[in-house]
Design a protein around this ligand. Structure first.
Ligand SMILES: [Zn+2]
Length: 278
């Protein structure tokens, strides 16, 4: 599933090709995505220019002249820029035409989304899909002591395990399943510890770990940037070197203790019982 780093790499991959460009046509090949693609897009979007491409959580926000396109990659989606002469592929759902280039959403399982938020409806931050999201891990609000405070304040009186607290994204967005295990290992925190029992120093270590781990993942995806305009490439799926995730029974890279796997909320968690004592 594309996580925040993959979405950020997608943003970096497509932005140089479509930012500032005028959209000349939209074709909805199959609009039955997670939510129906608005039927009026092919009518209202042509002639509008892509002003900027931002990301909020796992939503890409393409600012157009009269509103924002919200694009989500769902479980299996990829978004790439191709020569418009490239033939459409099975599972291409929506294509945005920019003259010689097309931006295409390819989504086999159709859990992705393409939605429209007109400027007359107010600022994009107030969109119902975005307004309840936690803070961005790379925003100034999550830097240094502020990040530690956010984790500390939002976790008070919560008996939920810290892994699930982090995964829920209410404090900070973008820490998906892999990155939860990796961040907790980097911070030396047991994944089953009650969120409300985190100390201030643990919150500080965790906030740092989240930024570090996500940054590394984005950097790992940097090598796939060229694939966003390459018909052969497979953008959006890149391997990260994990320390604990998917390493059950393998020796911890720090202390050689075998890595343990547990299930929390039907998702696998990996940790080192030595480096992450309860
Ligand atoms: Zn260890």
């Amino acid at each position: 599933m594309p996580e925040l780093p993959e979405v950020e790499v997608t943003r970096l991959g497509i932005a140089p090709h479509i930012q500032g460009q005028e959209l000349c046509a939209v074709k909805v090949l199959d609009g039955r995505l997670r939510w129906p693609v608005p039927r009026n897009l092919p009518k209202i979007l042509p002639g509008q220019t892509v002003q900027s491409i931002q990301r909020r959580g796992k939503y890409l926000l393409l600012e157009m002249d009269t509103g924002h396109l919200l694009i989500h990659l769902g479980m299996t989606g990829t978004l790439r820029v191709l020569p418009s002469t490239d033939p459409l592929k099975l599972h291409d759902r929506v294509t945005f035409e920019f003259g010689k280039l097309s931006l295409r959403l390819h989504d086999p399982r159709k859990f992705g989304a393409v939605l429209w938020h007109p400027k007359v409806q107010g600022p994009i931050e107030k969109n119902t899909l975005l307004q309840k999201l936690g803070v961005e891990p790379f925003s100034p609000e999550f830097e240094g002591e502020l990040g530690a405070n956010i984790l500390y304040q939002t976790s008070r009186k919560r008996s939920i395990a810290v892994k699930q607290f982090l995964l829920a994204g209410q404090a900070v967005v973008g820490v998906g399943n892999i990155y939860c295990s990796e961040s907790l290992f980097a911070a030396g925190i047991h994944p089953a510890k009650a969120a409300g029992k985190l100390s201030k120093p643990q919150c500080a270590r965790l906030a740092n770990a989240v930024r570090l781990i996500l940054n590394k993942a984005i950097a790992a995806g940097g090598s796939s940037l060229k694939d966003f305009v390459n018909s052969e490439g497979d953008p959006g799926h890149f391997m990260v070197q994990t320390k604990v995730y998917d390493r059950k029974d393998l020796p911890c890279k720090v202390c050689k203790t075998p890595i343990k796997q547990i299930v929390q909320g039907q998702r696998s968690t990996y940790f080192c019982p030595q480096c992450q004592k309860r």
